[in-house]
Design a protein around this ligand. Structure first.
Ligand code: FES
Ligand code: FES
Length: 194
């Protein structure tokens, strides 16, 4: 379980600090001549159970904030146009395409990424490995995150329900037949652990 933390991210270099005061000191010292981050544009996100405060630009996507600024690089930007699902994250319990969501729209929300799912020891990770549900692996985090969102609301999905849930995730290596097998295996482990 992640420890609760609050961190403020420098908008100029991405370095994180434990308080706004710490950020101010850093900006004075390291980015002489740059303006102090304004309160406007500050958002609070809970990411994988840890609380973060960021100073964001209005055009930053959720993907850009979490992947490029926070450094959680599990989600992948394959198409950058809402067509492939490789950038999927769970926001307030629902899978979203993080390349199509503005970070500023997520203020106050809870975000779960593939790193959080792996750190929690979710059986999907092992099931994906056991069943070879990947080749190059570029699309895999998106499939895992979408599958996790499905299993959060349905721990005994049919093959049709899994295929339907994953219909927005594309794989150039054509690993499609393995995903329902892996998701069913993980679902069985979740039910057995109850
Ligand atoms: S990168 Fe976001 S949907 Fe393809
Ligand atoms: S495993 Fe290569 S794109 Fe899906």
């Amino acid at each position: 379980m992640n420890k609760e933390t609050t961190r403020v991210t420098c908008p100029y270099c991405g370095e994180t600090h434990e308080s706004q005061e710490g950020l101010k000191g850093h900006v004075f010292k390291t980015h002489k001549g740059r303006g102090l981050p304004a309160a406007e544009g500050r958002i609070k996100l809970t990411i994988n159970k840890a609380e973060h405060i960021f100073q964001v630009e209005p055009n930053w996507t959720l993907y850009y904030l979490i992947h490029d600024k926070l450094g959680l690089t599990g989600a992948k930007q394959f198409c950058d146009r809402g067509a492939c699902g490789s950038c999927t994250m769970i926001v307030d319990g629902k899978p979203v395409l993080s390349c199509m969501v503005l970070a500023i729209e997520c203020d106050g929300k809870s975000v779960e990424t593939v790193e959080g799912i792996a750190a929690a020891g979710h059986p999907l990770i092992e099931a994906y490995v056991n069943n070879h549900a990947m080749q190059c692996g570029y699309c895999t985090p998106g499939f895992v995150v979408t599958s996790k969102a499905l299993l959060d609301i349905n721990q005994d999905p049919t093959e049709e329900e899994i295929v339907e849930a994953l219909s927005g995730n594309l794989c150039r290596c054509s690993t499609y037949p393995q995903h329902p097998i892996a998701v069913k295996e993980a679902a069985g482990k979740l039910r057995a652990a109850k």
